[in-house]
Design a protein around this ligand. Structure first.
Ligand SMILES: [Zn+2]
Ligand SMILES: [Zn+2]
Length: 437
């Protein structure tokens, strides 16, 4: 095992490279995006599941593919105290299929539509919109092999982004065929790349024989030029794959989704079949995919399960939020504290404490001066300042006069208007005012 680097003054009290904290200024936006996502998933008949963040390493080496960059270079793999090799999930699909198999969620004629949300982990070079702990939402439709399911999955992702107000998106699609038609296409592709060998990068020359489909998505510019002129797989599909692809395209057209064919969009592993797609944002630069997915009819078998067709997508949460911010989209209203309860003097603090709690019990968010170990309780002016600072809509002021009459002075923090309200009525009064505004 490699010797771990010792913590230095530089790393002390800092999050590790490539990960970040989602703080209150951002987290309320996440809650909004998550709400919209959850509602859309429900409207399409998807049920939420919560799966483990780590799995047996083998699940990913078999279910993601041990020749992929993810498995070769990017996994957070470690041996636990029971001597098992476990890995922080680099993606969600393999775990979803594992869970469906383990709990028998798909039997004969039974399909399962599942979605999940959470952090994924990949040891990649951090850059804008790319983190080593990143968040995805993920939908998988298991047990259905027809093209209607493919179209539905694409429509689901498009609809989530439509509800979030994302503009400038493009759907790109391809078919990666199946084990029947791919060998023939591989041959055609290897012949083509062999004739262009001198223009390819070292990695591509190495991969060409073993996995020529991966040369198609090489990011080296020269390889890209060669790949652009390569024969397209959708011209070499078997009858079944061709018919499936035609139906998917017809479905997209029927639903009014413009799409572009991209022959370089491939997932170079045997268990990916037929449809592959991505949704690209014009506002993201090089890392421009907000969502990617497709069909994987042979994934279940590759992890040792029975035949179980599946199609799904994963979308990058961090990137979706980034695009929304860049496009100036709405995240709804930022939740704020509704009421700040102010005690004018020490004698009023007990009543202030009770009122704060009562408001909270009524579902009205309330805050009070909680004092401080060194300073103790603060004066009236300091409390009013706090009410302003947290953006409270109302201040409930309690002093000697209010206590004598069993009332509270309710101040509208925007207009400055003040009203005297019976203490028992404070919650009702504020609720009424809030629903009117
Ligand atoms: Zn085929
Ligand atoms: Zn290359």
């Amino acid at each position: 095992m490699m010797e771990a680097k010792i913590e230095t003054a530089e790393t002390q009290n800092k999050a590790p490279r490539g990960v970040r904290d989602i703080l209150p200024d951002e987290s309320w936006k996440w809650a909004y995006v998550l709400n919209v996502t959850a509602q859309t998933m429900a409207d399409f008949g998807y049920s939420e599941v919560h799966l483990p963040i780590f799995e047996h390493t083998e699940l990913f080496s078999r279910g993601v593919g041990d020749t992929t960059d993810i498995v070769e270079k990017e996994m957070y793999t470690f041996v636990d105290r029971g001597d098992r090799s476990v890995t922080l999930r680099p993606e969600a699909t393999a775990g979803m299929v594992r869970a469906a198999l383990e709990h028998n969620l798909c039997g004969q004629n039974v399909s399962s539509k599942l979605w999940c949300w959470g952090p994924m982990f990949r040891y990649e070079r951090p850059q804008k919109g790319r983190y080593r702990q990143f968040y995805q939402f993920d939908a998988e439709c298991l047990g259905l092999s027809g093209p209607v399911a493919d179209v539905e999955v694409i429509a689901l992702s498009v609809e989530i982004f439509r509800r979030l107000g994302l503009r400038n998106l493009e759907v790109v699609a391809n078919s990666v065929g199946c084990p029947n038609c791919r060998p023939q296409y591989r041959k055609v592709l290897i012949d083509y790349f062999t004739s262009k060998k001198n223009s390819l990068c070292k990695t591509c020359i190495e991969r060409m024989g073993r996995n020529p489909l991966r040369v198609l998505d090489c990011k080296v510019p020269n390889c890209g030029v060669v790949a652009d002129s390569a024969p397209a797989i959708y011209e070499h599909l078997c009858d079944e794959c061709a018919a499936h692809f035609e139906e998917v395209k017809a479905g997209l057209t029927r639903l009014g989704f413009p799409y572009k064919l991209d022959k370089r969009l491939v997932r170079g592993l045997d268990y990916y079949t037929k449809t592959a797609y991505e949704i690209l944002s014009g506002d993201l630069g090089a890392q421009n995919a907000v969502c990617g997915g497709g069909r994987y009819d042979n994934l279940s078998e590759s992890i040792g399960g029975p035949h179980l067709p599946g199609v799904g997508f994963a979308a990058g949460f961090d990137r979706v939020v980034l695009v929304m911010e860049q496009q100036g989209n709405s995240f709804g209203k930022r939740p704020r504290t509704t009421v700040y309860v102010v005690a004018q003097d020490d004698a009023a603090r007990g009543v202030a404490q009770i009122l704060t709690h009562k408001l909270r019990m009524e579902g009205i968010s309330a805050e009070q001066d909680a004092g401080d170990a060194s300073r103790g309780a603060r004066g009236f002016k300091a409390q009013m300042k706090s009410a302003n600072k947290i953006g409270a809509a109302w201040a409930c002021i309690i002093g000697a006069e209010e206590m004598a009459q069993n009332v509270v002075t309710v101040k509208n923090m925007t207009s400055g208007e003040q009203t005297s309200v019976p203490l028992e009525e404070a919650a009702n009064y504020i609720r009424q005012q809030e629903t009117q505004s």
